[in-house]
Design a protein around this ligand. Structure first.
Ligand code: ZN
Length: 422
């Protein structure tokens, strides 16, 4: 895809790169690499399963204080927030990374740098790297004495993964409504990647209920709620969805009955369904088809026996709205130029399920950048969300440089207005 960055964004980055203080900050970020990796290691060792981020949050808050951020607080959503004050004449920019991981307590026996040049530990790539990067960005700005125009709001956020449903960053935007002008998320992946869209995502639990009974004695006298759940799953399994905009569905759980009741018609059965689309319309349509399938399944099972009525209810676990923004929005062009200036060819990813989705839904210019460095044409499998997760250390500081430059373009700094306010 051919993509041209507008001349004013190019000029803004060039003049930023020509500033001595900025050159100093970039050099500092490189020198800070070992310390940054050590902090990544330390943060990974303090486990933070989704909904249980408190200990990691406490450590991250302490580290934010150590780097000299003012007003470090843990907000109502459990997010750790610190502010690096600007001169007061520019937009406020959020730079955030999520603290939670998909691993239960006891999954991280050690975090080790091995001879192959990778740092190993569950959560090390997704997403303690992002947290360590934020600290390094602040140190580099301070060491070079850069004064931004707008405030830089730094945050470690909660509940991004799984059933957390990005509730941490949702709470953050709610508490600070109107106080954030643009948002930069850092998440795992190859540094050349740019995420600027939101894949809509819903996860629902559907429960089916019946009177139940003896598998033999009550046969023919009652309908079977587990059969209704299976009918619903089978209907959903046959759905056709468009390849573009990318749309997916998955019955991720089906259960009912219990071990003791292997000769019983169950009284309750459950299915959990996750479905996603890059188009809000297609997602809404899929939503309707899923609930139609559930209603039909209950009706068919009820009718099959002419006895009992299978009923159902549902619980919404996650609801992330689909959305996109102008691919030539200044923040996106800004990150694109920054990645190019660091010697990489930027790659736009379509869709996305990162905290950036929530900013997009709030109508805030936003982008999600990725955190590991690899030369053009090289991609590592960092095994995210597995116990074998790893992070490549060589050149990692370039990610810090990218975050720093993108943030500066947005806040504006001495002699350079924010690209968000031309
Ligand atoms: Zn992540």
């Amino acid at each position: 895809m051919s993509y041209t960055v507008s001349p004013d964004i190019k000029t803004a980055l060039d003049s930023l790169l020509n500033q001595q203080k900025v050159a100093k900050a970039l050099a500092w970020a490189e020198q800070d690499q070992n310390r940054c990796i050590a902090e990544q290691q330390e943060l990974t060792a303090v486990e933070a399963p989704t909904f249980h981020e408190e200990q990691r949050a406490a450590l991250f808050a302490q580290k934010m204080q150590e780097v000299g951020l003012s007003n470090v607080e843990i907000d109502g959503g459990g997010n750790v927030i610190g502010v690096r004050k600007g001169a007061g004449n520019g937009p406020s920019i959020l730079l955030e990374a999520h603290m939670d991981t998909v691993f239960p307590f006891g999954s991280v026996p050690s975090v080790e740098l091995k001879e192959d040049g990778f740092l190993y530990g569950p959560g090390v790539s997704d997403n303690t790297r992002g947290l360590a990067m934020i600290l390094s960005v602040v140190r580099a700005l301070d060491a070079s004495g850069i004064q931004t125009h707008g405030d830089l709001i730094l945050a470690g956020t909660t509940r991004e993964e799984g059933r957390g449903g990005m509730e941490g960053v949702k709470a953050l935007f709610k508490e600070r409504r109107g106080a954030i002008d643009a948002s930069i998320s850092i998440d795992s992946g190859r540094m050349a990647n740019i995420i600027y869209e939101a894949t809509g995502l819903r996860t629902v639990e559907v429960n089916f209920y019946g009177v139940g009974g003896h598998a033999y004695g009550a046969f023919g006298k009652v309908a079977n709620c587990l059969h209704a759940a299976a009918r619903a799953a089978a209907k959903i399994a046959d759905f056709q969805v468009p390849a573009e905009p990318r749309t997916t569905f998955c019955v991720s759980n089906i259960h009912g009955g219990n071990q003791a009741g292997v000769h019983a018609i169950p009284q309750q059965a459950t299915i959990i369904i996750n479905y996603r689309s890059n188009s809000p319309e297609v997602l809404a349509d899929l939503d309707q088809r899923i609930f139609n399938a559930i209603r039909e399944a209950c009706d068919e099972e009820t009718k099959r026996w002419g006895q009992d009525v299978i009923t159902w209810d549902s619980k919404l676990y996650c609801d992330i709205p689909a959305g996109t923004q102008d691919i030539h929005s200044p923040i996106i062009e800004g990150l694109h130029s920054v990645i190019g200036s660091l010697g990489l060819t930027p790659v736009f990813l379509r869709g996305g399920a990162t905290n950036c989705s929530i900013a997009i839904a709030e109508g805030i210019p936003a982008v999600c950048m990725s955190s590991y460095y690899s030369p053009d044409g090289v991609e590592y499998n960092t095994m995210d969300h597995t116990l074998a997760e790893k992070y490549p250390v060589a050149g990692a500081y370039k990610g810090v440089q990218a975050a720093l430059l993108t943030a500066l373009l947005c806040t504006g700094a001495e002699g350079l207005p924010s690209i968000l306010r031309p």
